[in-house]
Structure formats: structure tokens, C-alpha cells
Design a binder for this molecule. Sequence first.
Ligand code: ATP
Length: 592
Amino acid sequence: MRFTELVEVYGKLEATTKRLEMRALLVGLIERLSIDELPEVLYLSQGLLRPEYEGIELGMADSLAAKSVALATGLPDPEVLAEARSSGDLGTTVERLLENRSSAGAGLTVAGVYQVLTKIARASGEGSQETKVQVLAELLHRCSPTEAKYAVRFVLGKLRLGVREMTILDALAVAFGGGTKEARAQIEAAFNVSSDLGLVAQALARSALEGLGEIHLTVGRPVRPMLAERSPDLADVLKRMEGRAALEYKYDGLRVQAHVPQDGPVKLFSRRLEDISAQFPELLVDLPKAIARRPAIVEGECVSIDPETDEIRPFQEISRRRGRKYDLERMQQEIPVCLFLFDLLLEGDRSQIDEPLPERRAHLAKLVRPTDRIRLAVQKVVENVDDAQAFFDQSIADGCEGVMAKSLDPGGTYHPGGRGFWWIKYKREYTQGLADSVDGVVVGAFHGKGRRGGKYGALLMAVYNPDQDRYESFCKVGSGFDDAALDALPKRLKPFEVDDRPEGVLTELTPDRWITPTLVLEVRGAELSLSPIHRAAVDLIRPGAGLALRFPRFTGRYREDKGPTDATTSQELVALYRSQVRQSSATTSAPE
Ligand code: ATP
């Protein structure tokens, strides 16, 4: 396909916010692509070069890309930068500058542009900045004005067409499965075990839905994690599990999916499937020692442990290890960690995900030879509320945040990417009369007043609605930020600030600054109430009304392990609202 055809579709995608229109445009695009082009175009359209878990960054700063634009247009750097500052977008700037020069484009192909972008991404080490500038300049030189606009936005990581995974999955289901619900479910299932849309699309292009059969669990390719529902009390947990459940300690740390090959390096993936291997060198060493039969994929929660007393240290400790690239030796000494394994996804060549929990756990127990740093999560099968309560109390005493109840039913297989009542979380905070915390996405910011003058004073927060693939506001949070957090906010938000409401954000409020949905923060509040302003779960409880969190507070926890689509969902908010209504009617009707 010619690059000009692709950017023509991008122009149309950019012009619409309607999911159905987007889907139709994507279907049209997919149908025109060859098998080889398909993965590349799907990655590109999301602003990626490879599946997200590979973590390939283009890494060009505005100033660097501006140099390329200067070279391609023959204008001095400062002039380009000044233009870009006034337009707020170097992409539009290059388009305008090239229009003046009437460059017509030189028949670039998508494959050719993809290769150039890959070259830019892979340039590293000494002299790599110059290489990137040069290579981009050469590309821009050959681009038509519109092609150049998208090429520049791409290298800056600002493509932002609003094309997300869910919409691509919808489009693939239409293009290759007649748009049926079953086809959509099968395609999503293949994506959930591979986390690679390009791979899924190629299999579909080769042999339609049958092609999905070739996509298997593979070491090195992360599986989307199985997630839990919540429950307001232990009696309810047991009722939902038909009187019998496996309870496990709910460790408050970082979720880790460990891929341990037969030989070669171990890979660790986070909750949002980022490769975090480099952050925990000690686990890379210990995992092959602890796991007898390889390859294997196991899952667990990584917490910090006091080496003297073996006690679990609070979450704040382990969070200091996240994102660390330097001083790893010292960090390993200061913040020793332990990975408590709770699941087994692959053992040898056999996928375990279709096995019920008791089988998976039995295999896991056989497979693992515990070390100081690799252990099994504490688990107990309970059949009554008293035993469940005793186990819960013990888990709190041992430094955990509650329990994870897991179904022993044959249906309790590992559901990649699924949230259901097969796993139910029950945390200490629920017992303190507070609703669970909400992981919200920042979609806007308000200027501060008084003591907060000149800074941001509050953030507009949204939950994610996967059914509509959009972000719906549920509160404006200004409490809970200490001075340091407030001071840090402008810098944190800067890369995501935009002038107009980002595509897919739904709210009746207009913040001083819109923020592209990216950052996830944990907030807690007094209760959820119906709201005419906030649009979370709009119409789901009452026509025209959304849900709002009253008296929201930032807990101080940035959920860096979550991407925007991993935030709390509108549907979860509805469940929280309903459980709150149930609880309050239970309290009011209970005898004194
Ligand atoms: P979610 O992951 O459900 O979106 P969250 O990230 O806000 O929610 P929690 O509500 O605290 O996290 O609960 C789920 C998380 O608990 C899991 O993703 C996992 O990281 C952690 N966890 C701790 N212990 C266990 C366990 N024994 N089994 C499964 N998960 C556990």
C-alpha cells in the first residue's frame, strides 16, 4: 500500500469520534492490505512499531524532530521551533511548511516508511541522535505535506488517532468473521493469550477464524492477566462460590508474570505487560533455580521482605524498585524482594490455562522448589465464614491487604484478560466501611487558587468504559496531594496536555487543560452518587444520570502498572454503587 493511501485514512479517522465510523474505516483499510502489511499497519495505527509489550520507543524529542524538519524544509531551527510553538503541533507545522514548498511526495510505500521508522527507533549509542535527525529528514524530504504531518507525529509519539485495541478487535471481527459475537470473542481470546494484534490479524488473514488455532501460549509473549471481582463481605464470597473456596493471601505488591524458558534469559512482565525484567535481576537468577521443569510461565505478586524477620514490608517499599535502572545492586540490598507465586499458565509444552484451579495449583506446588525469593502464595480451602474470617485475619497480621478467594469449580480455569467471579478480592479497607479505591484516568486539570496559584489544584478523573471504548468522568479530585505531589504535577502532565477535549472523553465539565488519557491514579471517596455532570456509567442506573465519587482524595498512589484502559471500568463502578446501596439498606434494616 502507498503511504499516501494510509494517511488519507488517518485523516478520516482523526476527523471522527464515532466508534462505528472508526470501525468501518479500519475494516476498509484492513481489506486493502496484504498479509505482510497488516501487522505493520495495525501497530502503526496505534502509534507503535511492534506489540506494546516489546517496549520499542521511537524516542525523538520535539527539539530533535524540529531539526529534521529544518533540514527537510531548509529553514533555520529556531524558525521551525517558533512555528511549532505557535501551532502547538510540529506535525501541522511541517505540513504547512512543506505546502509552501509544494513538495508532492515521492510514492512512498507503507513498508518503506515502516522500515525507516524502525531504523530511527533502533538507532542507539554514540551518534544516534544525529542519525535519527538525518534519517527523519531524508524521509520528510520524500513526503507529501500530509504524509510528513503523520510521520512527524509518529516519531514524537503523538499520533493519537484514538484507535485502540478494542476498536481494532471489532474491525478484525467484521473483516474476517462476519462481525458476529462469536467471531469477536474468538479473536479477543487469541489476543488475550498473545498480546499481539499483528500476529492475530495475520493468522486471520491466512485462514480466517481457523487460523486462530495456530496462536498458542508462548514463552516470551505475555498473557493478559486474569482479574478479580470484588465482594463486600466473606459470607457473600462463600455464597458466590457455593460454600467452598480456595482463599489466598492477597499480597500488596507488584503483579509479575514470569516467563522462564528452557535455556536463556527469563522475562518478567508487569500487570500492564511491560517488560520489567531488568528491574529484578535477583528474580532472573532465582526463577530457573526454583522451577524444575521448563519452559514455564508462572504468575505471582512481588513484595518486599524484611530479611531479618521475614516480614512483608508495605507496598511503598517495593514501589521504590519500580522503573529503577540504576543502582540495582544497592536496591537489591536495601529492598529485598520475594515473589509469591499463585498461578501456573504453562508447564513444559503444556498450556495449563484450561485446567481448573486445583489442578493448576497442584502442578505449581510440584514444579516449584521454593527459595528465599521464590515461594508459593499461602492458600487454604475453606468451607465456612468463621474459617474464612480467621484466614483473613491471619493474612492481615502477616502484612497482606486481604484475601483473594478463588473458585474450585471446573469452570475456574485461567481466563486471560477476564474479570469475573472466579476470583473475588476482599480487602481490609472494605471492612472499614469505605468503598474500594478507584483507579481513575486523568483527563483534565484545573488551575489552583490561593496557595495553589500557578500550579494545578485539581484533576478531572475518568473511568474506562470498554463497551464504548471511552473515558467517562467521575470526579474532580483536589485533596490528598501533598506539596511535593502538587509541584510535580505540571511536569508529569505536560507531555499529555492538549487544547481540545481528547477523542473518547465524556464529561460535562470543562477543565482548564485537557489531558490525553494516559496517567492512572488511585482515588478514594466517601460514596458514589448519581450525577448530572459526571458521565461515568451514564444511563446504566438511571437515564441521563452518571456516577460521581463524593469527597474524592488521591491516595498518593500512581498506578504506573496500569495503562488507561486498565483503569477501573464504568461497569465496576456500577457494581460498587450497587454493593454500597445493598450495604446501606442492610445496615438500615438490621435490628439494633
Ligand atoms: P485489578 O488488578 O483487579 O484491576 P488492582 O490492580 O487495583 O485491580 P487489586 O484490586 O488490589 O488490584 O487486586 C488485584 C491484584 O491483587 C492482582 O492483579 C494481583 O496483582 C494482586 N494479588 C495479590 N495476591 C494475589 C493472589 N494470591 N492471587 C491473585 N492476585 C493477587
